[in-house]
Design a protein. Structure first.
Length: 98
């Protein structure tokens, strides 16, 4: 059962990891595409991934609820959903050159 759950989570992760590089690449002009992608991706990973254990421990200590980190993830997901809805589709447009 654990292997099935791990495979299911892996499948969910591929939806993110398969689309993220294309999305981040398309929002930057050609001249700064690699730098913009690298900065956004790595800054988000460092800021949110690096502090996740600290925030989770603090939330549990502050609220006494072991599910508090899950609500933190729900909040982060809602912010990401708003950002995704606000972004515009660029599939039919040429990539920005400058």
């Amino acid at each position: 059962m654990i292997v099935v759950i791990q495979v299911a989570f892996g499948a969910l992760l591929t939806m993110n990891d398969g689309t993220l590089p294309c999305f981040l690449s398309e929002i930057f002009p050609t001249r700064v595409r690699y730098s913009g992608f690298a900065f956004c991706f790595n800054a988000a990973n460092a800021l949110f991934g690096g502090t996740a254990p600290l925030v989770a421990t603090w939330l549990i200590g502050a609220t006494g609820n072991k599910l508090a980190p899950a609500w933190y993830l729900v909040g982060a997901s809602l912010v990401a959903l708003v950002a995704m809805i606000a972004s515009r589709e660029t599939a039919k447009e040429p990539l920005a050159k400058e």
